[in-house]
Design a protein around this ligand. Structure first.
Ligand SMILES: Nc1ncnc2c1ncn2[C@@H]1O[C@H](COP(=O)(O)OP(=O)(O)O)[C@@H](O)[C@H]1O
Ligand SMILES: Cc1ncc(COP(=O)(O)O)c(N)n1
Length: 271
């Protein structure tokens, strides 16, 4: 059987913990062949974002076309798309190539507060890209921007998921890293009919740079192998839990997670 292949269309994080770099590390750890189309280069470390340099539409389109023409990805993940023009281009490419396994992480703001998506691009995201997505993985602040709601309780999250489902995405995963539910983190998946909750211990740590990217990349990797959405999310949850718990502790600010942790634990269990 051929190796599963996944393409990430996202921004580069020079600090290595989020964006394209987090996606590739995650794909690799989950035995998936990773490919990239870079939308923007960021100068970034654990202290913040020092620069954002979007690529030309031509450069982004050519990267996607090159991969599509020869390497046939089984699943596509999008991350930082930065502006409405890039969202339109990516949406057109998804339609052109008939890609169905599309996982959209609607990245908006870096942990340090810097914008990774222009405010006026939110409508393009809702109208053009979300109807083409199989899974969308907003955190709570992103779900608030996309729905115009304030999300405090789990019931609010359910209402937001229903609103997002109406935009045309098949599966809505609203993550719980920003919730106030105490010593557990609950990620909620909605399939248009019922809600499934993925619960895990909340770790006390400031090292959460790239958690969203890593989680969505793990979902993408599992979908590219042919797993159904619920089991893909289940594995991704275990992956991110391990990556946060086995922290690396590098950098002076919000450090990256440990992408080796999941595979390392599996190996230790099997010996
Ligand atoms: N402190 C934490 N302990 C355990 N899991 C966490 C923690 N923070 C985030 N996560 C997990 O990391 C993933 C990303 O969550 P979240 O922080 O909501 O997204 P983002 O990184 O996009 O802001 C989710 O699966 C969430 O459950
Ligand atoms: C290039 C890039 N893409 C995405 C994020 C968001 O990271 P997080 O997963 O912590 O929300 C980031 N900081 N940089």
């Amino acid at each position: 059987m051929q190796i599963a292949r996944a393409l990430t269309i996202a921004g580069s994080d020079s600090g290595g913990g989020a964006g394209i770099q987090a996606d590739l590390k995650t794909f690799q750890e989950l035995n998936v062949f990773g490919m990239t189309a870079i939308t923007a280069v960021t100068a970034q470390n654990t202290l913040g974002v020092q620069g954002v340099y979007p690529l030309s539409l031509d450069a982004i389109e050519t990267q996607i076309e090159s991969v599509a023409a020869d390497l046939y990805p089984d699943a596509i993940k999008t991350g930082m798309l930065f502006n409405a023009e890039i969202i339109q281009l990516v949406s057109e490419q998804v339609k052109k190539h008939g890609w169905e396994n599309v996982i959209v992480d609607p990245v908006m703001i870096a942990k340090g507060g810097q914008s990774l998506l222009q405010r006026e691009a939110v409508e393009a995201m809702k109208k053009q890209l979300l109807p083409l997505a199989k899974v969308i993985t907003p955190n709570i602040p992103e779900a608030e921007v996309l729905t115009g709601m304030v999300i405090k309780s789990l019931e609010d999250r359910q209402t937001a998921a229903k609103k997002l489902h109406e935009l045309g995405t098949s599966y809505i995963m609203i993550k719980g890293g920003h919730d106030m539910l105490g010593d557990v983190v609950v990620d909620m998946l909605y399939d248009g009919q019922s809600f499934t909750y993925f619960e895990g211990e909340r770790f006390e740590t400031k090292h959460t740079h790239g958690t969203g990217c890593t989680f969505a990349a793990a979902i993408t990797a599992e979908i590219s192998k042919g797993h159904d959405i619920h089991s893909a999310v289940q594995t991704a949850k275990q992956f991110i839990q391990a990556a946060i718990e086995d922290q690396l502790g590098i950098g002076n600010g919000h450090g990256p997670t440990n992408h080796w942790a999941f595979e390392k634990r599996k190996m230790l269990k099997s010996v």
